[in-house]
Design a protein around this ligand. Structure first.
Ligand SMILES: [Zn+2]
Length: 233
């Protein structure tokens, strides 16, 4: 009888809370959203808050002229962060970006090392890719950062002109020739003399950020900061 009752209780629980943790796939219990309590505590947060030099800055040294770079999480080939990003990008779980952006936005705001950011700009998807996926996986994360920093979120000012993957295996120079105008600015006048925060999902080699930054830095008087949800160490 007791077993039966507990089964019924489990069934009701499943009906009421049908979601699994996006980190470990365990069933979420009452009060948990997206991530279970264990995964929340095990989430590998960086302690980068745009204050002192960090490994993300070092990815871009000698490549592009940015003020500072930062990432919220350490990305590894297995585990919670990989599962989160996979769900965010490929499983229609757009709200994961909002959840992480709200968290990191709060941390950045609290630490207060950034100057006034005029615009927060996500790394864009090509329109065909955007149509296919239905959303830019970086958008809600970037929007949350903008909200916490009291900045404006700008979506259509930086666009991707071809539906190609950023090539990571080639030499940097060859890549540059290939991808010269892979990213373009639609309204340079608006960005003139502004301070920008460019946001991506995962920084691996930094190639995508480099190309976007090159496009942005052609505009007069740009001050550029970079952030991502996660960084591959
Ligand atoms: Zn979990």
């Amino acid at each position: 009888m007791l077993t039966k009752l507990s089964n019924i209780a489990n069934d009701i629980n499943t009906l009421l809370f049908p979601h699994a943790c996006f980190g470990c796939n365990d069933r979420l219990i009452r009060g948990e959203k997206l991530l279970c309590t264990v995964c929340r505590h095990q989430l590998p947060l960086t302690d980068y808050t745009f204050n002192e030099e960090n490994p993300v800055d070092r990815i871009f040294y000698g490549r592009i002229n940015i003020k500072k770079a930062s990432s919220f999480l350490h990305f590894t080939d297995y585990g919670i962060v990989k599962n989160l990003i996979h769900n965010l990008k490929y499983k229609n779980q757009e709200q994961i970006g909002e959840f992480l952006g709200n968290w990191y936005g709060h941390i950045i705001k609290e630490n207060d090392h950034l100057p006034k950011i005029d615009y927060v700009i996500p790394v864009p998807l090509h329109r065909k890719k955007l149509r296919k996926r239905g959303y830019n996986q970086t958008a809600l994360f970037a929007k949350q950062l903008a909200k916490h920093l009291a900045s404006e979120y700008l979506e259509d000012v930086l666009v991707k002109t071809a539906n190609t993957r950023t090539q990571t295996k080639k030499s940097r120079l060859a890549r540059w020739y290939d991808n010269k105008s892979l990213y373009e600015i639609t309204n340079a006048e608006l960005l003139k003399n502004k301070t920008l925060l460019l946001v991506d999902d995962v920084i691996t080699t930094g190639a995508t950020m480099e190309l976007c930054a090159e496009a942005l830095l052609k505009i007069e008087g740009i001050t550029l900061f970079i952030a991502s949800i996660a960084v591959v160490d």
